[in-house]
Design a protein. Structure first.
Lengths: 67, 139
């Protein structure tokens, strides 16, 4: 799954540390999310979307895996 | 004083008492094995209690440290990592236990040793089955 988290975060003027603190997750989680190494739980995805006042689809882009 | 501090203080006193008892009242050869066990448990309790007590003091002095620690513990990615690591460890340990049973059979180890290994392996399978059922119903 791809995401625009890094772009949106920078656009809103947050550092990874600040965003992590607001979402109550570790900074490494934010870093992994931005790199696309980690897919968030639905709960965290909603928290992120709510924080940025956006829909989940605007932040996370679902891509069907190639078989 | 919060509960953690009270319990860790009590733990320190109990641990220290256990250590002192072994040094002053259990020097006789008759108590050799018991005193070693008591000394070990006492040292464990003392170490753990001091660690908890110092941790609480640090948390009080620096509340952000406590928040950061709680975030690290409850972080969903960390929970995922811990669960995956535990799962992998569990599978590897099953192989190790099976290997231990085979080796102890081949080298003709005593039946009690073999019994312990088999008991551990069977317990592991039963516990796994119980939790599998529990979480199947729960989730």
């Amino acid at each position: 799954m791809k995401n625009n988290l890094e772009v949106i975060r920078k656009d809103k003027g947050f550092t990874q540390e600040e965003l992590a603190l607001k979402l109550e997750v570790s900074r490494q989680t934010i870093s992994s999310l931005e790199k696309g190494k980690y897919n968030p739980s639905i709960l965290l995805a909603f928290k992120i979307a709510k924080l940025f006042n956006m829909s989940i689809e605007e932040i996370f882009i679902y891509e069907e895996e190639e078989k | 004083m919060n509960r953690k501090k009270i319990f860790s203080s009590l733990g320190s006193i109990i641990g220290l008492s256990m250590i002192l008892i072994t040094f002053f009242f259990m020097q006789d050869i008759r108590f050799d094995r018991v005193s070693s066990i008591i000394l070990g448990i006492g040292a464990g309790i003392l170490g753990l209690s001091i660690g908890t007590f110092l941790g609480e003091i640090l948390d009080e002095e620096n509340p952000t440290r406590k928040v950061a620690m709680e975030i690290e513990i409850n972080d969903e990615r960390n929970i995922n990592i811990r669960e995956k690591a535990a799962l992998k460890t569990n599978s590897i340990m099953t192989y190790f236990l099976s290997l231990a049973i085979i080796i102890s059979t081949l080298i003709g180890a005593s039946k009690s040793v073999l019994f312990i290994f088999i008991f551990l392996l069977i317990s592991k399978i039963i516990i796994q089955y119980i939790y599998l059922n529990k979480y199947t119903e729960l989730l």
